[in-house]
Structure formats: C-alpha cells, structure tokens
Design a protein around this ligand. Structure first.
Ligand code: SF4
Length: 205
C-alpha cells in the first residue's frame, strides 16, 4: 500500500513523487531505503494522480493538524501544478485548513521552467528550503544537482523572491559533515535572503 499522506509530529505530510533533480550524499534514498522514521514505505511505484491525492487528504481530519506539508520521498515541486491545484481545492472546501508548507530544495523555477513564485504567493504559507552548503562549491558537492551551478543560483533566487513575496521562508541544513562555522555562514546567508534558518539533525534510517 503506497503512502500518500502520513502523520509526523503535529503535521500531515503529503508524498507525491519520487522524482528529484539532486543526489544528495545524505539522502535516505541513496542507500536503497524505501521508507524512513516517518513512514515505512514512501517509495511510490506509481505517482498518485491529483484526484487520488485529494481523496486521500479528504479522508483525514485536516483542521486537526498543525500544518499540511508537501514533501515527498523526492522533490515535491516536480508536482508543482498538482500542489497548487490541491491547495486551491482544500482551501475552497475545508474550513479551518491549517497552514500549507512545501519542503523543497528550492529548484522549483528551474524544474518548472518559469518563475513560480507569483503562483505560490497567497496560496502557500510556508516554505522550508534546503541549503546544505554556505558556498556554491560545498552545496554542489553535497547535493550533486543535475543542473550544476544553475541549481545553486536558482535556489538562492527562489528563496529571495519567495521571502519578498511574503511567504514565510526557513532555510535548513543537515548537520552531517558541517562544522559550526559553516552552519553559522549558512545562517548569515539565509538572513541575507530574507529567510530564517534551522539546523536539521541527520537521520540515518
Ligand atoms: S533534494 Fe531531497 S530527495 Fe532530492 S536527493 Fe536531496 S535529500 Fe534526497
């Protein structure tokens, strides 16, 4: 049984895709895991349609969660159109819907081939964007994006633009292999882009 939605902490997480444009050295998928501490089986043998995802979401008591989080075992912005459609449908039909967040690597504009920030503004309340390196060199070494240096720049531009559009943006870094000095530099970079910063602890299962 594939997992489209699952609970973690006080939030409800939505898993729409395995696809990703990165190959992060710390990614759970790198060592063949199909799940994580969050849920046993997050690998999707087929991506749910937007309708399947909506039906799954509507079976939940959505107002009881603190947040609705599009994440995925891959990069959720590969399903950008569907995330926006789902958010619109839920906001129309569910009174008391909690804030909507996307956990992303920040490559949504690159992946979509257009500036998506105007479409997110007013719909998506929060973004968590993976930083994972205070410089282009360290970022590329850790995340190995298929588009190389363009991905670093796209992530920075997306963050700055989303924060300027009024979305609450938090950048995050996994603490594996990062010295305190580099984490501090990440925090400074995040602040310069208008974002908050949070360190995430590495999870190896
Ligand atoms: S961006 Fe996320 S899903 Fe993609 S490889 Fe990195 S950690 Fe894994």
């Amino acid at each position: 049984m594939e997992t489209i939605t699952y609970e973690y902490g006080g939030g409800l997480y939505v898993n729409l895709t395995n696809r990703c444009d990165c190959a992060c050295i710390f990614c759970l998928r790198q060592n063949g895991n199909r799940g994580s501490i969050y849920a046993d089986d997050l690998w999707l043998d087929h991506e749910p349609s937007r309708q399947e995802a909506l039906e799954d979401l509507l079976r939940r008591d959505l107002p009881s969660y603190e947040e609705l989080v599009f994440c995925g075992f891959g990069e959720p912005t590969f399903r950008m159109e569907d995330i926006l459609w789902l958010t619109d449908e839920l906001k129309k039909t569910v009174p008391g819907l909690p804030p909507v967040r996307i956990n992303t690597n920040g490559h949504g504009c690159l992946i979509s081939g257009r500036d998506v920030v105007p479409e997110l503004a007013g719909r998506i309340d929060r973004l968590s964007i993976s930083l994972n390196g205070a410089t282009e060199e360290t970022y590329l070494a850790r995340t190995c994006p298929r588009d190389g240096a363009k991905a670093w720049q796209a992530m920075l531009d997306f963050t700055r633009s989303a924060a300027a559009a009024g979305i609450e943006v938090t950048m995050t870094a996994v603490d594996r292999g990062m010295e305190p000095e580099e984490l501090a530099a990440c925090e400074t970079l995040a602040a310069s882009l208008g974002a908050r910063f949070r360190v995430r602890h590495y999870i190896d299962s």
